[in-house]
Ligand binder design. Structure first.
Ligand SMILES: C[S@@+](CC[C@H](N)C(=O)[O-])C[C@H]1O[C@@H](n2cnc3c(N)ncnc32)[C@H](O)[C@@H]1O
Length: 861
């Protein structure tokens, strides 16, 4: 290894461009150095000189011996061999030994004892260490010194051996000893060099020089640090190993689920179950289902984060497990305090400067807002600074700015904030409108509305009308707004960090109440807007809840009930609203709505939707309140049934419907739940059986009915035919009767003085009529109509009628025959009826006033 020195070459190194980059050539030494080396050789110690002399003498003696041998050759060839060997030895001594196998060094092939093999090993190590030494030499003087020492020792040993033993043997042994010694020493060196190497290659070694400058305490502390680091490394490795070889999560025995000593244990179990659920196939114990694990996880989450089971259930349905943990963790932490600059009074930059000068540490809220500031720390209470009192800003959550941004109010518009108290968003709207147009700020709560008044005064809002009424009634009093904001009352599941009571106080009824009210308010908000507004026609709906029941469902309901469509909120961040949530399918445009979460957006949980009204017509089919609730209940029930079928889903609480139609959740223990489930399934099976039976019965009935119907239709056809025949006859009769009666009446008119005779005639004729047709009212009508007809015409008709009468009488003979077939009792009845009818007709036929007047007129004439 190493580069060979060329002492003979010139001393001066070449100069020129790129010389540094050229490959390094063999080292060159100055002549002075070479001379010095030679002189060093000359300056040998007395011992060395002695040894040198001895060697020379030995060589000479051997030469002499050889000469003698050659002169007197031995009888055996062995001598030759020996001579050859000796010559070989000489050569070995004189010439440098060749590396590798050759005929000259065949001794190497002879088996060696352990020590020699060891030595061999050591030698290889030595070689390596030598090579390393070459590199280390300059840096490590100590090692060099040790090598020198070893050399000296070797020489001493050589001397001793020379003195005591035979020359050749001595030499060999001494060589071996020296080798051994050397190896031992090199071993030490190796170890040292190793350590040195470590020092050299480790970054610590670079600090050696620096270490020299350090105080001993500092050095010690450094060492301690290094040790600490090493220990940490080891601990980390151990931990990783433990994780890799982690034992499977042992499912707690029945009844021992709650035997957890501390919150840390609960947290540990949460982690373990989450990891099991993440790779359920691999890590499950085979006995328990996913829902079993989920049940324990839910209980643990409830105890660890202090939620009630109902809300935890809802959240478990809403988020994937890993995200749920993030949400729960984020909901434990307060969101950063944020303020909104009142652009009616100041600019954000000026406000920031003023607050900074008061010791407030703040920053712009983000690129998405031009008026928001986030406050990291403050030496003064933010709700009591002169700037606050002057109305330069309002303390407002970042998420509260989003609905107003989505509403995008315009100057000079008529805008309604349906539930505005305490007025954060309303004042924002007013500021964007630059105090123009009119802002109606409404709220149902009289106490809270005072806060609106206060805030508006402080912030210099002068374009507002503050009302206090139920928003649901608003369109009854006022309509035609350009835009409406409905920041609806909600369960507040997105602002748990602000109000921790939400965790335990909310249940199914609260949610139902909320979404029913939200729906009604939203429909009212839509009805308050004018679709014909030239600038607007928009409705923004927002809540601080993360539950789909209060968000997507409400919007989906409004889409069905009113002529509105979803449009983009214009907010470029936030996650899209749900289109599919569990088993529910919402309108596809619901992806245009936006959701905001504390764990992803570092702001309160929020929902924002923007609707555009395209027609003021309210669809007739819409039943605004009751229907949807039922719809949802149905869909919920459907979901519950499918939940039972699914292993993945957590078991849900069931709700019983109370008298007032509200779902009341009931707490059930495990056995009750299972029995109820089974009951339900049995009911379902029974229901389906019954349905099948009913269907069968229906089919049989239908067949029977169809048979009956066909029979009936046949009968009816027959009877119809008969009726038709009868009718045709009766029609003919009627026609004839009419004319006959008409004639008789004209006769009545003519024969004014012969009333009694006429009456007799009429009675006679009526008898005939009655025989032909039972109806006489038509006859009366015809008589009245015929009153004004000419006498001539009557005469003609009379003649015709006489002819017809004779005809009819002949034709009626058959009818009469038929009538005679009628049983006597029935015939009597009919005749009685006829009599009565005739009496009536007589009463009707009495002369009227007009007739009297006509008489008078005639008399006058
Ligand atoms: C979420 S808060 C509104 C916050 C307000 N937008 C703000 O930014 O300051 C909901 C409000 O709705 C009001 N409210 C509840 N029921 C109402 C109803 N039927 N009509 C109008 N307002 C109602 C509550 O009094 C409450 O002040």
């Amino acid at each position: 290894m190493g580069r060979k020195a060329k002492f003979t070459e010139g001393v001066v190194a070449k100069k020129g461009p790129g010389r540094k980059t050229k490959k390094q050539k063999d080292p060159l030494f100055s002549k002075a150095l070479i001379d010095a080396k030679e002189s060093n050789d000359a300056k040998l110690s007395s011992r060395q000189r002695k040894r040198a002399r001895k060697r020379i003498q030995k060589v000479e003696q051997r030469k002499e011996k050889q000469l003698l041998k050659t002169q007197s050759p031995s009888p055996h060839d062995n001598s030759k061999e020996s001579s050859e060997e000796s010559s070989d030895e000489e050569e070995l001594l004189l010439k440098p030994s060749k590396a590798g196998f050759s005929d000259h060094n065949n001794q190497w092939l002879k088996p060696k004892n352990k020590t020699s093999s060891k030595r061999q090993l050591h030698k290889t190590a030595e070689d390596e260490s030598d090579s390393e030494d070459d590199e280390i030499e300059d840096e490590n003087e100590n090692s060099e010194a040790e090598v020198d020492e070893s050399d000296e020792d070797m020489e001493e040993a050589e001397d001793d051996s020379e003195e005591d033993q035979d020359e050749s043997e001595e030499e060999q042994d001494s060589d071996e000893e020296s080798d051994n010694l050397k190896v031992q020493k090199l071993n030490d060196l190796d170890s040292d060099s190793d350590s040195n190497e470590e020092d050299n290659f480790s970054p610590e070694s670079d600090d050696n020089d620096e270490n020299d400058d350090l105080l001993p305490i500092e050095k010690e502390s450094k060492k301690l640090k290094k040790r600490q680091e090493k220990e940490d490394k080891l601990a980390e490795e151990e931990l990783q190993l433990n994780i890799a070889n982690q034992e499977k999560f042992i499912f707690p025995a029945k009844g021992s689920e709650d035997d957890v000593k501390s919150l840390q244990d609960v947290q540990q179990r949460i982690r373990e179950i989450v990891s099991v659920l993440a790779d359920f196939k691999k890590l499950r114990d085979g006995k328990h289902s996913r829902s079993d694990y989920l049940e324990i996880l839910k209980n643990d989450l409830c105890t660890y984060y202090s939620y009630n089971e109902f809300l935890m259930d809802k959240l478990l349905q809403l988020f994937p497990l890993s995200e749920l943990l993030e949400f729960l963790e984020a909901s434990e932490v307060q969101r950063p305090l944020t303020i909104r600059t009142n652009s009616l009074k100041t600019r954000r930059r000026d406000l920031a400067q003023a607050l900074i000068s008061r010791g407030v540490n703040l920053d712009p809220i983000g690129k998405w807002s031009k008026v928001g500031l986030v406050v990291y720390s403050s030496q003064v209470p933010m709700g009591a600074t002169p700037e606050y009192l002057a109305g330069h800003y309002i303390i407002q959550g970042a998420s509260s700015m989003l609905p107003v941004m989505a509403l995008a109010p315009q100057e000079n518009e008529r805008i309604l904030d349906m539930s505005s108290a305490p007025g954060g968003k309303a004042s924002h709207i007013s500021a964007i409108m630059k105090n123009t147009g009119v802002l109606f700020a409404n709220d149902i709560n009289r106490d809270r509305i005072k806060a609106v008044v206060g805030n508006f005064h402080r912030m210099g809002i002068i374009n507002s009308v503050i009302t206090c009424m139920d928003g649901r009634n608003y369109p009854q009093y006022m309509k035609g707004f350009d835009r409406v904001l409905l920041d609806a009352p909600c369960t507040g599941t997105g602002v748990v960090a602000k109000d921790a009571s939400v965790k335990t106080s909310k249940d199914e009824i609260d949610i139902q109440r909320c979404y029913n009210l939200q729906r009604q308010l939203l429909l009212a908000a839509i009805d308050s807007v004018s679709a014909k507004s030239s600038t607007g026609g928009y409705i923004v709906y927002s809540t601080c809840s993360v539950l789909p029941e209060e968000n997507e469902w409400v919007i989906d309901f409004a889409l069905k009930k009113r002529n509105v469509k979803l449009v983009s909120t214009g907010l470029d961040f936030g996650t899209d609203g749900f289109v599919n949530y569990r088993h529910y399918r919402f309108h596809p445009t619901l992806k245009l709505t936006k959701r905001f979460y504390p764990h992803t957006h570092n702001m309160d949980g929020f929902f924002v939707a923007k609707l555009k009204k395209f027609s003021d017509v309210i669809p007739k089919s819409s039943n605004d309140t009751d229907e949807p609730a039922e719809d949802i209940e149905d869909s919920k029930r459907a979901a519950e049934v499918s939940d039972e079928e699914e292993e993945i889903e957590s078991p849900k609480k069931k709700a019983k419907i109370s008298e007032n139609g509200v779902n009341v959740p009931t707490k059930l223990n495990g056995i009750e739940k299972k029995t109820k489930k089974l009951d339900k399934k049995i009911k379902l099976v029974k229901g389906t059986k019954e349905k099948v039976q009913k269907k069968k019965a229906k089919i049989v009935n239908q067949e029977q009915i169809s048979e009956e119907e066909s029979n009936n239709t046949k009968k009816k056809k027959r009877s119809k035919k008969a009726d038709k025949l009868d009718n045709s006859k009766t029609k003919n009769d009627n026609q004839a009767n009419k004319k006959v009666e008409g004639i008789s009446k004209t006769n009545n008119v003519k024969a004014k003085n012969k009333k009694s005779e006429n009456m007799k005639n009429i009675s006679k004729e009526s008898k005939i009529k009655n025989q032909a047709s039972p109806s006489l009212e038509r006859v009366d009508d015809s008589t009245e109509k015929d009153k004004g007809k000419n006498k001539n015409k009557n005469k003609k008709l009379q003649n015709k009628a006489v002819d017809k009468k004779s005809k009819i009488s002949s034709s009626k003979k058959s009818d009469l025959i038929e009538w005679t077939d009628v049983p006597m009792d029935a015939a009597k009845k009919i005749s009685n009826k006829m009599k009565k009818n005739t009496k009536k007709t007589i009463g009707k036929l009495k002369p009227r006033k007009s007739d009297k007047s006509s008489k008078k007129f005639k008399n006058k004439k």
